[in-house]
Design a binder for this molecule. Structure first.
Ligand SMILES: [Zn+2]
Ligand SMILES: [Zn+2]
Length: 448
């Protein structure tokens, strides 16, 4: 039996524990649904061909489990047609799993965040069920799902779908496991701890996340670099990022994800999408690195380095404390993968097509001087050089505040060159994209 039923035709979930099935907008819903089901039954329509499926764990795992309805002692009941579906509901939650739920809530609470276990979030006419939901800062919601080695692989059905659905509805999925094979899956941002008994998980002592969190190492591709250039054999002179596995305390992970100082990132390498957690500072810096003047990084408030931590001393980024030690020796198939290039984190910024109002008010642009080989105005070339220099300068800065300021400077320079390109292409009736490509080729290939 299950309390939640999915109606295939109506595309809604029915909560049998509530009189109105949690659909006040549909009066007499139970009578209608029940009578229809009974009617099909009398006609001999197989349960699998009727309208109802399990809307509980079966649906959560992506299993279509047919159900029929009955009344028992005045109670409404939904019954699985297949025994294997019914069994899915009777797997008791392990002590370890419960210990994790409690630990997440305790850690969150100590960081000043609320939360609850087994939370059902209403999404239009359906729900999302979350193992443990932490209510973080600025409306941030972290949906913890704990999958331990005590369950079998079937528990992993539909992970990508469930995680995707949560993310789409404002819940950052955070899946945690103690099994290495799960942690290596790329279907969501998995974190892993060592396998521990419930007493240890429940206790206040150190509980470490040993995979799933990375520190990004930003470096310059010159002769001093320790990593090979991701673009080739020679040194390209640009900045690159390398992701290194790093341990983080489980409690810190709970609090910092809630505070927004640890965030999920994903990137594509070949055909695989890799997903892991990094500090927000690393994420921002990576976005700076992968942006260019046609795809600027997202606008950010200028904030102190500790960001959302405010009065929460427990929310300091943990990377500094462990920065001295070597990367932990754990199975890390990505450890040697040095490149994080051109992540399409942001869609093309609309600034490319906007012309600042001061340029449209009849001000005559000075675009007479031209480059002799390309015919491009010298002014455009200089503006592009200025924007590129500002971007390069940004890659050389480590200080958070300096980076914020330099990011603003670069953004302004980039917007100016974009506007100038638009204006030039318009007056000369040229293809804007071609002008831009030619300009960047010229500037970057003669930059030395
Ligand atoms: Zn079920
Ligand atoms: Zn390089």
């Amino acid at each position: 039996m299950a309390n939640v039923v999915w109606h295939k035709q109506l595309q809604i979930l029915l909560d049998l524990t509530r009189d109105d099935l949690d659909h006040p907008e549909l009066p007499d819903l139970w009578d209608t649904v029940y009578k229809t089901d009974r009617f099909y039954g009398r006609l001999g329509v197989p349960v699998s061909e009727r309208d109802l499926q399990c809307g509980g764990v079966c649906r959560d795992m992506g299993v279509e489990a047919p159900m029929h309805l009955r009344m028992r002692g005045g109670r409404r009941e939904a019954v699985h047609e297949r025994r294997e579906d019914e069994e899915r509901h009777s797997v008791p939650m392990s002590d370890e799993h419960k210990a994790y739920q409690e630990r997440i809530l305790r850690a969150a609470h100590e960081g000043g965040f609320g939360g609850d276990s087994e939370v059902r979030t209403r999404i239009g006419r359906t729900w999302i069920q979350t193992d443990t939901l932490v209510e973080g800062a600025d409306g941030r919601r972290i949906g913890w799902e704990v999958q331990l080695s005590t369950i079998d692989e079937r528990g992993l059905r539909g992970v990508r779908t469930r995680a995707g659905k949560a993310a789409k509805n404002g819940i950052t999925p955070a899946w945690h496991t103690d099994r290495a094979a799960y942690a290596q899956r790329n279907d969501t941002h998995w974190t892993r701890s060592d396998r521990l008994p419930a007493e240890l998980i429940a206790r206040n002592g150190d509980l470490r996340i040993v995979s799933g969190f990375r520190a990004l190492d930003f470096w310059h591709c010159d002769t001093n670099a320790v990593y090979p250039c991701p673009h080739g054999i020679r040194r390209c002179g640009k900045a690159h990022a390398t992701a290194k596995p790093r341990d983080v305390f489980f409690d810190d992970m709970v609090r910092q994800t809630a505070a927004g100082t640890i965030v999920p990132i994903q990137f594509r390498a070949g055909t695989t999408v890799h997903r892991y957690w990094v500090t927000n500072a690393d994420r921002d810096r990576l976005e700076d690195l992968d942006s260019d003047d046609t795809r600027l990084p997202p606008e950010r408030e200028i904030t102190p380095a500790t960001g959302a931590s405010r009065n929460r001393p427990t929310c300091q980024p943990a990377t500094a404390q462990s920065a001295e030690q070597d990367p932990p020796t754990l199975a890390a198939p990505l450890a040697a993968r040095p490149l994080l290039t051109a992540l399409p984190l942001q869609p093309a910024a609309p600034v490319a097509e906007t012309v600042p109002p001061d340029l449209e008010q009849g001000e005559t642009p000075i675009l007479q001087a031209t480059d002799t080989t390309t015919g491009l105005p010298t002014e455009l070339i200089m503006l592009q050089q200025a924007a590129d220099a500002a971007h390069q300068r940004l890659q050389q800065l480590d200080d958070h505040h300096e980076r914020d300021l330099q990011r603003q400077a670069w953004r302004k320079a980039a917007e100016v060159v974009q506007a100038a390109v638009t204006r030039y292409a318009r007056t000369k009736r040229l293809n804007r994209h071609e002008v831009e490509t030619r300009l960047r080729q010229l500037v970057r290939h003669t930059a030395g």
